[in-house]
Design a protein around this ligand. Structure first.
Ligand code: G4P
Length: 291
C-alpha cells in the first residue's frame, strides 16, 4: 500500500510511536536489506529518543549477501546492533529475541540484582510501509495477527504478542515515512516495489535499475536477458537506454516500425528484479555513501 505522507501524517505517526515508546524496552528498526538507507526514516534518532535499538535488515533473501554483511559492519561501526533476516521464510528471525536480550543486558542484570525474576523484554517494530513489519510480527508470533490498517492514524487497543517466553512485542508496528528529499530514494523504493512505480515514471525507474544492474551485476543481467554489450559509459543516458532497448528486443517488446516498447520492457525489468529472477541484488552499498 502506498501512503501519501503529508506533514500532518508525519506528526501523527511520530506521536503514535512516541506514545508506544513509553511501553517498551527496545525498538526493532526494520530496513530493507537491499536499500538500508533509502528504506530508513530521516528522523529516526530524534523519534526514538535514545531508546535501545536493534536494526534488522529484512528481505535478506533478495539482497546480495556480501553487501548485507558490509551493511551490518557499517551499522555496527556506527554503534548499532544489526542482523539480517528473511521474514518470509523465518530465516534467522529467532536471533531477534536473543540479540534484544543482549542489548538489554544491563536492565536484565539490574532486575536480577534486585532479586526480581527478569520479565520478558518488550519490543516495538518500526519501519516504513512494505518493509515487512506485519510479516515479521506474524513470524515472531508464530501465527497470523489480524492486520490493522497500515496507515498512520489507525489505532486499536494495544496487545502484547509473546515471542517465546523471553520477549513480548506490541502487535501494531510503528509506521515511519521514508526520506523524500533525494529523488534517488524514490527510485530505489520503487525498484523494490515499496512504492508503486505509477507514482513515478516506470521507464525512469527501470532506467535507474539498469544503471545499477550494469554497474554491479552485469553478469547476472547479461545472463538473464541475453544481452552482451554493457554500457560504454554509465553516465551516458543514451547508453543505458540502448541496453534497455537491447533487452526489449530480446524479449520481443516491439512496436510498429521495429521500435522497442520502452514501457513494456521497463515493466519486465522491474518485475524480474523484484521477484529475485536476476539473483540477489542490493541496490545500495555502504561504498555509495562515500561519494
Ligand atoms: P509492512 O507490514 O511493513 O507494510 O510489510 P508486509 O509485512 O505487508 O510485507 C510487504 C511485502 O513484503 C509482502 O509481499 C511480504 O510478503 C514481503 N516480505 C516481507 N518480508 C519479506 C522477506 O523477508 N523476504 C521477501 N522476499 N519478502 C518479504 P506482498 O507481495 O505485498 O504480499 P504477498 O506476496 O506476501 O502476499
Amino acid at each position: 500500500m502506498t501512503i501519501q505522507w503529508f506533514p500532518g501524517h508525519m506528526t501523527k505517526a511520530r506521536r503514535q510511536i512516541q506514545e508506544k515508546l513509553k511501553l517498551i524496552d527496545l525498538t526493532i528498526e526494520l530496513l530493507d536489506a537491499r536499500i538500508p538507507i533509502s528504506s530508513s526514516n530521516p528522523m529516526i534518532d530524534e523519534i526514538l529518543k535514545g531508546k535501545p535499538r536493534l536494526i534488522v535488515l529484512n528481505k535478506a533473501d533478495l539482497a546480495d549477501s556480501r553487501t548485507t554483511e558490509q551493511w551490518i559492519a557499517y551499522f555496527n561501526k556506527a554503534g548499532h546492533a544489526a542482523i539480517s533476516v528473511d521474514s518470509s521464510t523465518g530465516t534467522r528471525v529467532n536471533e531477534i529475541p536473543v540479540r534484544a536480550k543482549q542489548i538489554l543486558h544491563e536492565m536484565i542484570a539490574r532486575q536480577i540484582s534486585k532479586g526480581v525474576n527478569p520479565r520478558a523484554v518488550r519490543g516495538l517494530i518500526v519501519g516504513i510501509p512494505n518493509v515487512g513489519k506485519s510479516t515479521l510480527i506474524n513470524r515472531l508470533a508464530g501465527r497470523h495477527i489480524a492486520a490493522t490498517g497500515d496507515r498512520p492514524g489507525v489505532t486499536k487497543g494495544q496487545q502484547w504478542i509473546k515471542v517465546g517466553t523471553e520477549m513480548e512485542l506490541l502487535d501494531t508496528p510503528g509506521i515511519l515515512w521514508p526520506k523524500f528529499e533525494d529523488p534517488l530514494v524514490g527510485y530505489r523504493l520503487a525498484m523494490t516495489g515499496a512504492i508503486r512505480e505509477q507514482i513515478l515514471n516506470v521507464e525512469d525507474v527501470a532506467f535507474f535499475a539498469v544503471k545499477v544492474l550494469a554497474k554491479r551485476y552485469w553478469d547476472a543481467t547479461s545472463e538473464r536477458f541475453g544481452v552482451t554489450e554493457p554500457p560504454k559509459d554509465l553516465e551516458d543516458a543514451d547508453e543505458i537506454v540502448r541496453v534497455m532497448e537491447d533487452i526489449g528486443r530480446k524479449r520481443g517488446c516491439l512496436i510498429s516500425g521495429g521500435r522497442v516498447d520502452l514501457e513494456k520492457v521497463s515493466g519486465i525489468i522491474l518485475r524480474e528484479l523484484r521477484s529475485g529472477s536476476l539473483g540477489r541484488i542490493s541496490l545500495e552499498s555502504p561504498e555509495d555513501l562515500l561519494y
